[in-house]
Ligand binder design. Structure first.
Ligand SMILES: NC(=O)c1ccc[n+]([C@@H]2O[C@H](COP(=O)([O-])OP(=O)(O)OC[C@H]3O[C@@H](n4cnc5c(N)ncnc54)[C@H](OP(=O)(O)O)[C@@H]3O)[C@@H](O)[C@H]2O)c1
Length: 351
């Protein structure tokens, strides 16, 4: 069979628009899959990579983390997949640096351990909202030991159980998710509630219903001037063990509220999506860290949870996709839309 042609949206240098061009046809190494992409999604990380070249290890670069499509080739020692399977997966150019591991191409290599079968009744454009956010959510909640997110910054180690396919009894623990309508925040609500955690979310007032649909028990408006006091009251009223805060926004404004809340609730974890505030600003009883959303600890969730949970509706493809267009040429405008800001949606390009 003739090898099909691969094409990609290349980043040739930082701060330049992506350029469409031919790309080498990838092959699957041991433990890997080659996917013929049907849809890719945009993440804020992609915008940072394009703007500053941060994390790019090899120029020109192909980056992007979220793919949905069909298995084209199965590498050695892969047993869970066969050619033609519909899958979603997490592309890891972020850590490998290899262009063939970037999502913004017609064909991408992914580790089989970061893929799951997509049930037939779920479209590629819905399913593609899941992978990177899922990896981030599990890295936030379930690491047992702190690792290294970047030099001098530890990853959080909340040590919470993996999500369950069954209805689990309440764990008696409360977690605050700051940014409960963001992609990573809303997925963390879904995964935490599937592990029996009581979640209090902080979102825009127009997204209260959305955060509740993901599983939040209560939601507070991030623009409310009494936000910290209201959240503290809600945590105390519930009376659970307080785990801490996952801050999926991580700006000086959110950090100020995080510190007020943690001070009054006698400390806990502060898991952030960017480096946490310097330790001099933090109460002594706060364990602060930055998540790094590529970790083998997520493998059991990819293997045992994602497909049946999607099938049963326990894992929902949220936030819903906004389809920017069809074809690699639409990735650049999707990146620009992402930079302009989005609310409770994931930007998706069909291929
Ligand atoms: N370290 C890592 O490994 C890692 C992994 C993944 C993502 N990230 C980072 O995590 C961040 C979130 O990524 P994402 O893809 O989830 O973003 P996103 O979906 O693009 O975030 C958009 C959402 O942010 C919410 N938001 C903005 N300001 C807020 C505030 N002050 N309080 C509460 N919510 C606020 C908006 O809520 P409303 O519309 O409701 O106002 C909106 O729904 C990005 O900075 C990304 O780079 C880091």
């Amino acid at each position: 069979m003739p090898v099909p042609k691969n094409q990609a949206a290349w980043l040739v240098k930082a701060s330049s628009p992506l350029e469409l061009g031919d790309a080498p046809f990838p092959t699957a190494g041991s433990g890997e899959l080659v996917i013929r992409n049907a849809a890719i999604a945009i993440n804020p990380l992609d915008c940072h990579m394009q703007d500053s070249g941060v994390f790019v290890q090899q120029w020109p670069a192909i980056f992007g983390c979220d793919i949905a499509g069909e298995v084209y080739e199965v590498g050695k020692d892969v047993e869970r997949f066969k050619g033609g399977d519909r899958v979603i997966g997490h592309a890891i150019n972020l850590t490998s640096g290899r262009p063939q591991d970037g999502a913004f191409a017609l064909y991408t290599v992914i580790p089989a351990d970061k893929a799951a079968i997509l049930p037939d009744e779920i479209s590629f454009t819905d399913g593609v909202v899941v992978p990177f956010a899922l990896e981030a959510a599990v890295c936030t909640l379930s690491l047992e030991e702190p690792g290294v997110a970047m030099p001098g910054v530890a990853t959080p180690a909340l040590g919470l159980p993996y999500p369950s396919l069954h209805d689990v009894p309440s764990s008696g623990k409360t977690l605050i998710v700051y940014g409960g309508s963001s992609s990573v925040g809303s997925m963390t609500i879904q995964i935490a509630t599937a592990a029996g955690i009581h979640v209090i979310a902080i979102s825009g007032a127009h997204n209260f219903d959305f955060s509740k649909r993901c599983g939040a028990a209560q939601v507070f408006d991030h623009k409310d001037t009494s936000l910290a006091a209201k959240v503290i009251e809600a945590v105390l009223e519930k009376g659970n063990e307080f785990i801490g805060i996952f801050d999926a926004i991580a700006t000086p404004e959110t950090y100020a509220n995080d510190i007020t809340i943690l001070e009054q609730l006698e400390g806990g974890h502060l898991a952030c999506v960017h480096p946490p505030p310097p330790t001099t600003d933090l109460p002594a009883n706060v364990n602060a860290g930055m998540i790094f959303a590529v970790n083998d600890a997520v493998t059991p969730v990819w293997k045992d949870y994602v497909t049946p949970a999607l099938q049963s509706g326990k894992l929902q493809c949220l936030p819903p996709p906004f389809i920017v267009g069809k074809g690699l040429e639409h990735i650049q405008s999707a990146l620009e839309k992402s930079k302009a800001g989005i609310s409770a949606t994931k930007l998706v390009v069909e291929l």
